[in-house]
Ligand binder design. Structure first.
Ligand SMILES: NC(=O)c1ccc[n+]([C@@H]2O[C@H](COP(=O)([O-])OP(=O)(O)OC[C@H]3O[C@@H](n4cnc5c(N)ncnc54)[C@H](O)[C@@H]3O)[C@@H](O)[C@H]2O)c1
Length: 366
């Protein structure tokens, strides 16, 4: 029996990893390597089912979700090639500002190709969400899709489905939007997924280590390169403002004294096509330890970007379902602080972890 019904906007690399993962973890005899939680409440990854999907790419719209996740320009690792047909076809969404102009200058294997299907209206999306029985909508749109994300968030509100906002258009961390979800008692987790073992969590943990060991952090950078459409899209600096804010604040928020803007540089740094979904992070931290003596740390982290996000979303979905089961709406502060880079309330990761465990156990409301 299907226990958790999800809808997805944006069937890109992250959605591909998530859907592959749901299938991959169906094998109960396998050691569940790579999961933060095998069980959340009564739910396992296999209990999640995609019941509706929206995209705008000609190679995805009209296809079964199981086929669309492997269509170009998706380029993430295939760790579960045999995803059986889902019976759910990807529906045409609404483009708005989802596709940056500069993306037209790249070959079809690397960029979005907008479908000629008529675009969906708000009424179409709301109807699809309702008819499919979706309980929550996952937003995986490209960075900078301010109008499109608000459009899908409106649809979720109108259809009465929960929202998991995996990217940095600020919805859950925007008090006005948060209030609207609270008023309708609809759960929301956001914004901008904090990958399982990615640059942000690593940078935060190291910044916290400097604090706890009495080392004064004076300057830091985090430079990231990758070759997927997420990195290609982010070559447009105008779309990057919220991504930079989300990633920078995630680190600033664990420091007892904020670094001056000129001493902290964090963001996507370049697009390297052959890297595909492999993201490489170059991180440097400079500080002063005992006796005001200088030290520095350099780290290089190499990860497949999309499974790294799916490893967290698979838990966010199940926490969202617990809230639905318990009749709790509004921002789920604890799961959001653990799972997202830009939550409404930032807690240090140890505390965010503890609060999330309490939420799962039912001893903390949100
Ligand atoms: N990989 C990670 O670890 C990670 C972490 C944090 C945030 N994110 C964010 O998650 C989002 C998704 O990442 P991804 O790698 O899957 O990106 P992607 O480029 O692979 O996928 C985006 C998808 O959205 C579709 N799309 C574009 N405009 C649309 C619209 N208006 N309506 C419906 N669909 C539309 C595209 O066709 C594409 O299939 C990005 O914003 C990314 O920054 C990813």
């Amino acid at each position: 029996m299907t226990k958790i019904k999800i809808a997805i906007a944006g069937i890109g690399n992250c959605a591909s990893s998530l859907i592959q993962g749901i299938e991959y973890y169906k094998a109960e005899d396998k050691e569940p390597i790579g999961l933060m939680h095998r069980d959340i409440g009564e739910y396992r990854p296999k209990d999640i089912k995609v019941v509706a999907a929206f995209d705008i790419d000609a190679r995805k719209v009209g296809k079964d979700v199981a086929e669309a996740i492997f269509a170009p320009p998706n380029c993430t690792a295939t760790f579960c090639p045999d995803v059986p047909p889902t019976g759910v076809k990807v529906k045409m969404g609404r483009v708005l500002d989802g596709v940056s102009d500069h993306m037209k200058n790249y070959g079809e294997n690397y960029t979005f190709v907008v479908s000629r299907e008529p675009e969906a209206t708000k009424a179409d999306i709301v109807k699809e969400l309702k008819d499919s029985g979706a309980e929550m909508l996952l937003n995986y749109l490209p960075v900078g899709s301010e109008k499109a994300v608000r459009f899908y968030a409106e649809c979720a509100l109108e259809a009465g489905v929960a929202l998991i906002n995996n990217m940095p258009v600020f919805i859950a961390s925007n008090p006005e939007w948060a209030k609207r979800f609270e008023e309708k008692n609809i759960p929301i987790i956001g914004d901008d997924i904090k990958a399982q073992l990615g640059a942000t969590i690593t940078h935060r943990v190291l910044a916290d280590l400097f604090e706890k060991r009495g080392v004064k952090l004076e300057r830091t950078y985090q430079l990231n390169t990758g070759g997927n459409t997420d990195f290609l899209n982010m070559l447009n600096m105008n779309r990057l403002v919220s991504k930079r804010e989300s990633k920078t604040e995630a680190v600033q928020s664990v420091l007892s004294h904020r670094l001056a803007d000129e001493n902290i540089h964090i963001g996507p740094s370049d697009y390297v096509a052959w890297q595909k979904d492999n993201k490489v992070c170059f991180l440097r931290m400079e500080g002063k330890l005992f006796g005001n003596v200088p030290m520095n740390l350099e780290l290089r982290l190499s990860v497949e970007d999309s499974p790294n996000s799916a490893g967290v979303v698979i838990d966010a979905i199940r926490c969202c379902k617990l809230a639905l089961d318990r009749g709790i709406g509004g921002v789920l502060y604890s799961p959001a602080s653990y799972f997202m880079k830009h939550p409404a309330i930032q807690y240090p990761d140890d505390e965010a972890y503890r609060r999330t465990e309490e939420f799962i156990a039912g001893t903390r409301e949100r």
